[in-house]
Design a protein around this ligand. Structure first.
Ligand code: ZN
Length: 422
């Protein structure tokens, strides 16, 4: 018994020393482009930047969840010794499923953040193809003494600490909130909207039980003009991160391709998740896993939208609705198990919520009122009415009627909080 205890207490200690042996408490930001169309993707390096904080876990360096179709891997140079990995999604991957990607080729900017190495490393940027195979798109050798790695600019912007649950940033989920379309005169409004974000977050289970595992900081970057661009109504605004409604021609989808400004602002504070609040009353937003989330701060549904989008960005949750209101084409290969924790194709259901199912519940479960409070396997989810199944009749990832996440989504969120806060 004693030996087991010693081993158990040793594991975190070893992981900790692994971090200190290979990494500094700072970040290496790699800016790169993805260029392609429906079928092809090419990665290209733009720049490497040293950012002053590392806010990720020092214990959980390898991402065993592997959510997302993209993954960054860091190896000790010249070996296959994996030091760090992290899965993510991106706007480019969503664009690839649109009609436009069948007709044209586009370039998107994005970044990955890894702990700053003390030793020479190789960084591999990989993506999964439609068949689920992992393809290495770019491999970089990084020498930590390389003088072309420039230090990030300190933009000298005021920071609003909206909530500090744990001052040790490596043991907390650090959310940075960025203001889009707030002028200098509207910074007081932004501060109130940051408070509203915190209030909304802790209004939902399981976040309400983990308040000490979150930090929320607002970087007060003003825009020249108030509001947000709405191309469908020919409204164009000069804003700090150039967000726009009508992304991919979907009116309520409000995203930005201005990656560099988003990352420069986010890097002013320690962060694991980026959340952009849009100074608009128009319904909309978006959320991409380990990329960024956005939502309108002035809409009456905003509390629900904010937390729904954060479900995508933070926990990798899929939308559980399946009416065809999005502009995406086929999102899921029905021959594979999707990576999102709250939908299944039943290809590998054991990896999902099979353990939470009452054995008396039929699979698939009929969408009938008597199953209203039952964890089941309901056909429809992830924009697909057929072949994709979701765990509950209702959930915040489906509608805003019930104002709560289903038990499967709650467990997925809880697991992610623990992953960051160990
Ligand atoms: Zn759910």
């Amino acid at each position: 018994m004693k030996r087991i205890l010693i081993i158990l207490t040793l594991i975190p200690a070893l992981a900790w020393s692994q971090f200190d042996h290979y990494f500094e408490a700072a970040s290496l930001r790699i800016d790169y482009t993805l260029t392609g169309n429906e079928k092809n993707t090419a990665f290209a390096l733009k720049e490497m930047i040293r950012e002053p904080y590392w806010s990720g876990s020092k214990i959980n360096l390898i991402d065993h969840l592997e959510f997302g179709n993209y993954i960054v891997k860091v190896y000790e140079k010249g070996t296959d010794h994996l030091l760090f990995s992290k899965g993510y999604q991106n706007l480019y991957g969503e664009w690839q499923t649109t009609e436009e990607a069948k007709q044209t080729t586009k370039t998107f900017d994005e970044s990955v953040i890894v702990p700053f190495p003390k030793v020479p490393v190789e960084v591999a940027l990989c993506h999964k193809n439609w068949e689920g195979q992992l393809i290495e798109g770019l491999r970089l050798t990084v020498n930590p003494n390389d003088y072309f790695i420039r230090a990030a600019d300190n933009l000298n912007l005021p920071v609003y600490d909206a909530w500090i649950g744990n001052p040790d940033v490596t043991k907390a989920v650090d959310i940075v909130i960025l203001p889009e379309g707030y002028t200098q005169q509207e910074m007081g409004k932004f501060v109130k909207d940051c408070d509203f974000f915190v209030h909304s977050l802790f209004d939902y289970a399981p976040y309400n039980r983990y308040q000490q595992s979150f930090n929320v900081r607002g970087v007060m970057a003003p825009s020249q003009e108030s509001g947000c661009t709405e191309p469908g109504d020919r409204v164009y605004k000069n804003t700090v991160m150039r967000f726009s409604y009508w992304t991919f021609d979907s009116e309520r989808y409000c995203m930005s391709t201005d990656n560099r400004d988003i990352r420069d602002l986010a890097g002013q504070v320690p962060y694991d998740q980026i959340y952009i609040l849009i100074n608009s009353e128009k319904y909309g937003g978006g959320g991409i896993y380990n990329f960024y989330c956005s939502s309108a701060a002035g809409n009456s549904f905003s509390g629900d939208i904010i937390i729904h989008e954060f479900g995508h960005g933070f926990a990798g949750l899929a939308d559980e609705y399946y009416d065809d209101t999005t502009t995406y084409g086929d999102m899921y290969n029905l021959n594979l198990e999707p990576w999102e924790p709250n939908i299944t194709t039943l290809v590998d259901f054991d990896s999902k919520w099979n353990d939470m199912l009452d054995r008396k519940t039929p699979v698939p479960t009929p969408r009938e009122k008597k199953y209203e409070h039952t964890i089941g396997v309901y056909e429809g989810g992830g924009y697909e009415p057929k072949g994709v199944y979701s765990p509950h009749l209702d959930c915040l990832m489906k509608t805003f009627k019930g104002h709560e996440f289903c038990p499967v989504c709650q467990r997925a969120i809880e697991r992610m909080i623990l992953y960051y806060s160990e």
